[in-house]
Design a protein around this ligand. Structure first.
Ligand SMILES: [Fe+2]
Ligand SMILES: [Fe+2]
Length: 165
């Protein structure tokens, strides 16, 4: 969803509805997308490693993002979102600060993954990969691109509409 195009709609929505939308549209989807991306990166890494062109740290950054994001989303669901909905301002300030810090870190990891995805794209037409590995690489990059776009929208929605007073 294009958050800019729908900014009026978000402003008009209650925070309870935005929370519900975030959990159902993004938190649930990200858990599935990241598990799939990790599985694909293991298989792809095994296939591409022997060419010497598998981007260094691709899998480890994906794994770190998976672990961090799962912990972050669970903390939002169990602590931050209930605080926002109950207007408990005391603890809310610190929890929001932590979440915003996490968001910056996650966006940084998405930037790193985008660079690695570009490196991978460059070797696809090189003839170093067999046809099946090329197809896996292309599918992996497409899923990573979709996930990254969704996570950026998710973070923007929280930062710009849910976390504001
Ligand atoms: Fe979230
Ligand atoms: Fe978040």
């Amino acid at each position: 969803m294009d958050i800019q195009r729908h900014s009026t709609a978000w402003t008009a929505m209650s925070k309870a509805d935005i929370v519900q939308h975030i959990i159902s549209e993004y938190h649930c989807a990200h858990r599935v997308q990241l598990a799939e991306l990790l599985a694909q990166s293991v298989e792809l890494g095994n296939r591409v490693a022997n060419t010497g062109h598998w981007p260094h740290e691709f899998h480890s950054i994906l794994l770190k993002l998976y672990e961090d994001l799962l912990e972050h989303m669970l903390r939002e669901e169990q602590i931050l979102f209930p605080l926002i909905l109950s207007n408990e301002f005391g603890r809310l300030y610190n929890e929001k600060g932590l979440a915003l810090h996490n968001h910056d870190h996650h966006l940084h990891m998405l930037d790193q993954l985008a660079v690695m995805s570009s490196e991978l794209a460059q070797i696809e037409p090189s003839g170093l990969l067999d046809a099946e590995t090329q197809a896996l690489s292309s599918a992996f990059r497409a899923l990573l691109s979709h996930f990254s776009s969704e996570l950026r929208t998710h973070i923007g929605l929280e930062n710009d509409y849910l976390f504001i007073d």
